[in-house]
Design a protein around this ligand. Structure first.
Ligand code: ADP
Ligand code: MG
Length: 396
């Protein structure tokens, strides 16, 4: 110890002369801690300043002195140990900063901070719960929509399956007739006889009809395949990854799926523009299109027209569903995106279609616009950015 100031003298009750040239650890035995050793090493070997902070290390040196009127000498310290050269000799300075008062004032602050952070935690949990509820809602609306579609899809599939089945029966009859002719080749006495058999079995008719039946059956199977694929695309409920997507393909498969709902209500017109690949969650965009299409069909009383359009402008693409149905009254126009808002009878409307569409579009950083004239029709337009701004690695 070369020097200390009067504050330390007062606190320790020892004068500078008493302790001059003694080791710090013999003046303050309680300071002989692993922490102090580590600090001295660091200051000596790396020539660095080393700190302690009262929250981590309440004190380095215990000072018995207590200020007037204070019963418990709670001495909390911040310390700083620093190396310096003094006339060519390596010395160390140790600064002690009494933080007792500060810590006392700090307590209410710490309590407030704690309370705040537990509030924040609560809010995060609430948000999480909300997000989960939202996802469930999305799923249940999707399931409801699939349920609604199922009847229609069954009909769509039944029809081609029906004629493919009956074609197979006819074909099997033809095949046995043809086998009959082939088998006769070995048994008949003359070519005349064989030609007679061929005529009696109406070979020429079989020949043309077989081609037609096979062709028709292929079409039917193709149609079933399309519906199944669309259904599969559509039911990827969990999917939530953005990827570069050809939207028109999605529109087509969605139309395939809702075709049965639509075909008795409206003529569907496609007016596709040029679209770049769009960074989106395809199944969710498909769901928006489906909700808009089904709403459009519901708005048409007898038979009408639904137009599905698309286009792009700068970095944005849009899709549009227009109907010439009954329109939306201005008084409720600002309520249509509310969850559970519906003007439809129980069983037909859930009031979730537009709410979830809105949600999905928002998640895509896009927006929905609506123009409607009662008695004339409605046009929904969805704008989506071509690329998602905050998506890491969005290069496509
Ligand atoms: N194309 C449309 N034409 C007329 N009204 C519409 C149209 N789309 C939506 N709406 C109105 O918005 C309401 C909410 O729609 P939505 O959220 O899809 O629920 P839902 O179809 O189950 O009623 C509908 O009940 C209807 O009143
Ligand atoms: Mg709806």
């Amino acid at each position: 110890m070369r020097y200390w100031n009067t504050f330390i003298s007062q606190c320790s009750g020892k004068s500078l002369q008493q302790v001059h040239l003694q080791f710090l650890t013999s003046i303050f035995p309680e300071a002989d801690t692993p922490r102090l050793k580590q600090m001295v090493e660091q200051a000596r070997d790396q020539g660095e300043q080393v700190y302690t902070y009262w929250r981590d290390d309440p004190y380095l040196i215990q000072l018995p002195y207590s200020p007037e009127g204070q019963a418990t000498p709670l001495r909390l310290q911040n310390t700083l140990l620093f190396p310096f050269d003094c006339a060519g000799e390596r010395c160390f300075g140790l600064l002690l900063y009494d933080t007792t008062e500060f810590a006392r004032a700090n307590d209410p602050l710490a309590t407030a901070l704690n309370a705040l952070s537990s509030k924040q935690l609560e809010q995060e949990q609430l948000l999480h719960t909300l997000e989960k509820a939202n996802a469930q809602l999305l799923q249940s609306e999707k399931l409801a929509a699939i349920g609604q579609l199922a009847a229609g899809v069954a009909h769509e599939i039944n029809n081609p399956i029906g004629y493919v089945f009956s074609n197979l029966k006819t074909l099997s009859g033809y095949v046995s007739d043809l086998l009959c002719i082939v088998d006769a080749v070995d048994g008949v006495g003359s070519l005349e006889e064989l030609q007679q058999l061929k005529r009696s079995l109406e070979y020429d008719y079989i020949r043309t009809d077989v081609e037609a039946l096979i062709h028709e059956s292929e079409d039917g199977i193709e149609r079933v395949k399309k519906i199944i694929t669309a259904l599969k695309d559509f039911s990827q409920i969990e999917e939530d990854e953005f990827r570069a997507t050809d939207l028109h393909k999605g529109f087509d498969s969605t139309l395939n799926l809702v075709n049965n709902e639509l075909k008795y209500k409206a003529e569907v017109v496609r007016e596709y523009g040029e679209l770049p690949l769009v960074e989106c969650i395809p199944s969710q965009v498909n769901q928006v299109v489906m909700n808009l299409m089904i709403n459009a069909a519901h708005a048409i009383e007898s038979f009408g027209r639904i137009t599905l359009r698309s286009g792009h402008q700068g970095d944005w693409v849009w899709l549009e569903v227009e109907d010439n149905g009954k329109g939306i009254e201005p008084a409720i126009l600002n309520r249509i995106y509310e969850p559970f808002f519906t003007t439809k009878p129980v069983g037909k409307g859930t009031g979730l279609g537009l709410a979830l569409s809105y949600n999905i579009v928002q998640k895509h950083n896009g927006r929905i616009e609506v123009v409607s004239r009662p008695g004339e029709g409605t046009r929904f337009r969805v704008w989506l950015p071509e690329r998602q701004p905050l998506l890491a690695g969005s290069t496509t």
